[in-house]
Design a binder for this molecule. Structure first.
Ligand code: CA
Ligand code: CA
Ligand code: CA
Length: 289
């Protein structure tokens, strides 16, 4: 008797209310797409792809529902769907309309709606380029690294920009002022003294500014830089005739020369001359390992 009463109470508790859909997603700034989770609040019925974006069912205004990213197995009652903004700049309103989705007890779902607001000038910065002056540098010599940051937002922002060689921090510029809708470039001369020979991935990171949401463009990776034996111009970690041929072929050249190659300018003084040849000669036949 007691068990039967408990069972009846449990049934009423579980099936007594209609499904309440929930719509959630990230705070939106100026992303072109947003990932929105639509939870139908009941596992009793699978949701069909045709019902997502249907004006009478799951209506999406101001954007286009893309492919479903995940589901709540086995029934598709929780959808994660990417919505692409119409024209890239409209607010997106997601509405689950009432009266089309029913739970096992025959109750219709309730209405739910959420607006994702587009802000064209939300705080957002991004690194747009990382330029290295050479791709092969003799151990102990210097090279220049330029990092370009763009401020997409409405206000002047300040960011700390950190440059890495592999996982090692080689430079930090703090509170770099970034004016609205403008690029800012910081230049850093890296002295490779003390860095082991080998390949380094150079990359930079700009710390997020207050209110920034889109962090995907706050780091930028360049190609690989070789720190090698001084005199190794072609980056094969041996100083030999092939490097000497390169040096001879670019002799007397400067950055305005049509075939200028910064890697040949071993000492980095913007001319390929006898001083580079002396460095090469001093390390001739050296190799690593
Ligand atoms: Ca950003
Ligand atoms: Ca070489
Ligand atoms: Ca030189």
């Amino acid at each position: 008797m007691l068990n039967a009463l408990t069972l009846a109470y449990d049934i009423r508790l579980v099936y007594g209310s209609a499904p309440v859909p929930a719509i959630s997603g990230p705070a939106v700034s100026n992303q072109a797409t947003i990932d929105v989770t639509i939870d139908f609040g009941d596992s009793g019925r699978a949701i069909l792809p045709s019902e997502i974006g249907n004006p009478a069912k799951v209506e999406i205004v101001g954007g286009t529902a893309g492919a479903k990213l995940s589901q709540n197995s086995p029934a598709d009652t929780v959808w994660l769907v990417t919505i692409t903004r119409s024209g890239g700049n409209s607010d997106v309103n997601v509405t689950v309309h009432s009266g089309w989705y029913q739970d096992e007890a025959g109750n219709w779902n309730l209405d739910a709606s959420k607006v994702f607001i587009y802000d064209d000038f939300a705080p957002d910065i991004g690194i747009t380029n990382l330029n290295i002056s050479k791709t092969v540098v003799g151990q102990g010599y210097t090279m220049n690294i330029k990092v370009t940051i763009f401020n997409y937002g409405n206000d002047t922002e300040y960011s700390n920009v950190t440059i890495y060689a592999g996982m090692t921090v080689i430079h930090t510029s703090e509170n770099v002022p970034l004016t609205s809708s403008n690029s800012t470039t910081i230049t850093f001369t890296w002295n490779t003294t003390g860095f082991a020979r080998g390949n380094y991935t150079l990359w930079a990171y700009a710390s997020p500014v207050s209110g920034e949401i889109d962090m995907s463009d706050n780091n930028f990776t360049s190609g690989v830089l070789k720190v090698t034996i001084s005199g190794d111009i072609n980056g094969d970690f041996i100083v030999d005739i092939y490097d000497a041929i390169l040096l001879a072929g670019h002799f007397n050249q400067t950055p305005i020369s049509p075939s200028w190659n910064a890697n040949v300018d071993i000492n980095g003084d913007n001319i390929v001359d006898i001083y580079d040849a002396i460095v090469l000669a001093n390390h001739y036949n050296q190799h690593y390992p």
